[in-house]
Write a protein that binds this ligand. Structure first.
Ligand SMILES: [Zn+2]
Length: 344
């Protein structure tokens, strides 16, 4: 049935079912978990079960009635989603007000009203303030679900008005199964994705799709041999990020993954420079000529790459972010290879 398609979140599922059975279901919950563990899917199934017209005793949606189908299509009149608009850093207060107004309306299909706030991380003080009254005392029988990456990310005024449900990172079996469902059946690739995905299905898929294995090889070899192709690398990184779809959060997740890979390459190169063994067998990448790069240069590159994470957080446009980063690496390399202050 419907909940079964959500992998690895049995504890959270049981928490919801028990609250429901004992008649203690609250009116506002924060679904907390890292990106890619299924928060959105979980919220959708929960909403569907609340709105289903032939609901089972365990708060299970039938998946077939017209209400269930409307939830799946995001056309159910009593289910309201609120997302941060493309290109915005914070949730606009005006959209929050509209969301609260929608939650205050009587259910059109006679059941309840459910509101899902997808980007609770993006609440600023203004939009949070506009939300407080509705969150404290939802009108009628409204249920509000907030999706966020961490409990601490939420403003204290929001935290005090919600109950927590934690969604766990997925385990190895779940990640392998999800990859298989997506047609990724090569055991080596599955294992590689598992090692690097931090329990996120979205990240595991991003690791094996969109030509990432090839791009990773290009970037790693280029770094190691000190040949930085600024324009080509920028273009390839953008193409990879944009292949995630139009959603800018998904694009940023992919960009973050690329930065992770760059950091890992630099970390491994540093290890080699200080005489430690190279541990990149996982990636079937052989880094050869790293001898030309000094540990100081590698540390400098590492610093600059870490700075790019800050740019990512501040939502610097990705083409600018990658171009500036690669340009810095290339320029610093030019400085290194210029003859050191030859006497005149
Ligand atoms: Zn149904």
């Amino acid at each position: 049935m419907s909940w079964e398609r959500i992998r690895g979140q049995e504890a959270a599922r049981v928490q919801v079912a028990q609250a429901w059975k004992s008649g203690r279901l609250g009116h506002a919950y924060a679904l907390i978990g890292p990106a890619g563990v299924g928060k959105r899917l979980f919220a959708r199934e929960w909403a569907k079960a609340m709105l289903c017209e032939r609901r089972g005793p365990e708060l299970t949606a039938c998946d077939h009635c017209s209400a269930c189908r409307q939830v799946e299509a995001e056309t159910h009149p009593d289910l309201h989603w609120l997302r941060t608009p493309e290109g915005k850093h914070a949730l606009p207060v005006e959209e929050m007000r509209q969301f609260c107004e929608a939650l205050a309306r009587k259910p059109l299909r006679g059941g309840r009203v459910v509101g899902i706030l997808e980007d609770a991380d993006d609440l600023n003080v203004e939009s949070a303030n506009a939300f407080l009254k509705t969150l404290e005392e939802p009108p009628g029988a409204a249920l509000i679900l907030l999706l966020c990456s961490g409990w601490e990310q939420l403003l204290p005024t929001i935290r005090s008005r919600c109950q927590q449900i934690r969604l766990a990172p997925l385990n190895r079996t779940d990640i392998h199964a999800i990859l298989t469902e997506h047609g990724i059946t090569d055991p080596a690739l599955q294992e590689e994705a598992w090692r690097w995905c931090r329990g996120s299905a979205a990240r595991a898929l991003a690791l094996v799709e969109g030509g990432l294995p090839q791009l990773r090889q290009t970037l790693w070899e280029g770094l190691a041999s000190g040949t930085i192709a600024v324009d080509r690398w920028t273009q390839q990184c953008i193409e990879y990020a944009e292949a995630a779809g139009k959603d800018s959060a998904s694009q940023r997740e992919r960009a973050e993954l690329l930065l992770d890979l760059l950091v890992e390459a630099l970390r491994q190169m540093l290890r080699q420079q200080v005489g430690a063994s190279l541990a990149v067998a996982d990636w079937s990448v052989s880094l050869t000529s790293v001898a030309t790069l000094t540990p100081e240069r590698l540390l400098d590159w590492l610093d600059r790459t870490l700075l790019a994470y800050t740019h990512l957080e501040r939502r610097v446009p990705l083409p600018l972010l990658f171009e500036a980063l690669f340009d810095y690496l290339a320029r610093s390399l030019e400085q290194d290879t210029q003859p050191a202050s030859a006497p005149t």
